[in-house]
Design a protein around this ligand. Structure first.
Ligand SMILES: Cc1cc2nc3c(=O)[nH]c(=O)nc-3n(C[C@H](O)[C@H](O)[C@H](O)COP(=O)(O)OP(=O)(O)OC[C@H]3O[C@@H](n4cnc5c(N)ncnc54)[C@H](O)[C@@H]3O)c2cc1C
Length: 306
């Protein structure tokens, strides 16, 4: 990749102030882990996002979309290529009767709050999930029995041929922490959701209950990226890991949370390699204890799979 060439092309549509060189990614992930990205670009609107993706694709440059970085583990060496960050912009949210339109960078917590504010039922589950709508679509984010699949009607994407397309719910292949975005090289631009009119006080009550549950059960005071292991049918990874006596087990700066064993927390200057080693250690113990290894929910960035 010729960095200067790419930057020049990005600059055709994007203000220089929103293009960064060797940006440290630890600043942009909830794990507070990760080295530098060669180029870090912050599109301010959909056109700039589309342009960023086009420049990368036309030049065959590695690139990735980073929302709020709440479900990623970034390599200590960072990312060789372009990180396109939607986490603080592209955050328009519009409500029309029982429909919500949100741009990819809109915070899921804000969307959930606005739904509540308009007495709309269906997004209470999302009131404590700290990602963007784009990340939530990619991951089919969910909690407490709800997930994105249940509310999404349409997703606007850039497809692999750089065409803008509208994909409906069925075509999204939503499944547990999965959507078509992970199979094809789709970039989410915006989302339409349909909710139901409800009682504001009742919605408030549910939100408060779920928030309290989260505060009591999750290590929200320490850097983390949510649940680490994917739940296999009929099991709860947190309980499995806790029953193996692994709460508090530490490698370097990475620790199996004392509060919730399916969380790995950064207790101070953790390296990505610490987290990876800890994941491997836990999986080996799961293999010994239960005869199974678990898949990992967190997306790895700049890290080669073995
Ligand atoms: C304290 C805590 C609690 C959490 N609780 C939950 C929970 O209850 N349920 C749950 O499901 N998750 C939970 N998470 C994980 C995380 O918040 C969700 O997965 C969230 O949807 C990720 O959004 P993000 O914007 O941070 O995505 P990122 O972490 O930035 O990215 C995640 C993936 O999505 C891709 N992506 C992001 N934006 C786009 C886009 N516009 N187009 C295409 N791909 C895109 C990225 O390339 C990456 O592969 C939790 C995390 C934390 C830290």
């Amino acid at each position: 990749m010729n960095k200067n060439d790419i930057i020049e092309q990005l600059k055709e549509r994007i203000d220089t102030r929103n293009i960064f060189i060797d940006e440290i990614l630890a600043k942009h992930t909830t794990y507070k882990i990760g080295g530098a990205a060669d180029i870090f670009v912050v599109p301010q609107n959909k056109d700039e996002l589309i342009h960023s993706v086009k420049v990368c694709r036309e030049n065959n440059v590695e690139h990735v979309i980073l929302g709020k970085g709440s479900n990623v583990l970034v390599a200590d060496d960072g990312f060789r290529g372009v990180v396109i960050n939607t986490g603080d912009n592209l955050s328009k949210i519009e409500i029309n009767d029982d429909e919500i339109y949100a741009e990819a960078g809109a915070g899921l917590i804000s969307v959930s709050y606005k739904a509540y504010d308009s007495s709309l039922v269906g997004l209470e589950f999302a009131c404590g999930i700290p990602g963007t709508i784009g990340g939530a679509i990619c991951m089919n984010a969910g909690a407490y029995g709800g997930d994105m699949k249940q509310v999404v009607t349409e997703v606007e994407v850039i497809d692999e041929k750089n065409e803008i397309r509208i994909i409906n719910n069925d075509e999204m292949k939503f499944a547990y922490r999965h959507s078509i975005v992970q199979e094809k090289d789709y970039i989410v631009l915006s989302v339409k959701m349909k909710l139901m009119k409800g009682n504001k006080e009742e919605i408030k009550e549910i939100r408060e209950r779920l928030k309290t549950h989260r505060i009591n059960g999750q290590p929200l005071d320490m850097p983390n990226a949510g649940s680490v292991f994917i739940r296999p049918d009929g099991y709860y990874p947190g309980k499995m890991i806790e029953d193996l006596g692994l709460k508090g087990y530490t490698i370097g700066g990475a620790q199996v949370s004392e509060k919730h064993a399916n969380f790995i927390v950064n207790i101070g200057n953790a390296k990505a390699t610490d987290v990876l080693e800890l994941i491997e250690y836990v999986n080996n113990e799961l293999q010994k204890g239960y005869g199974m290894r678990l898949g990992v929910e967190i997306k790895k960035l700049g890290i080669c799979e073995k």
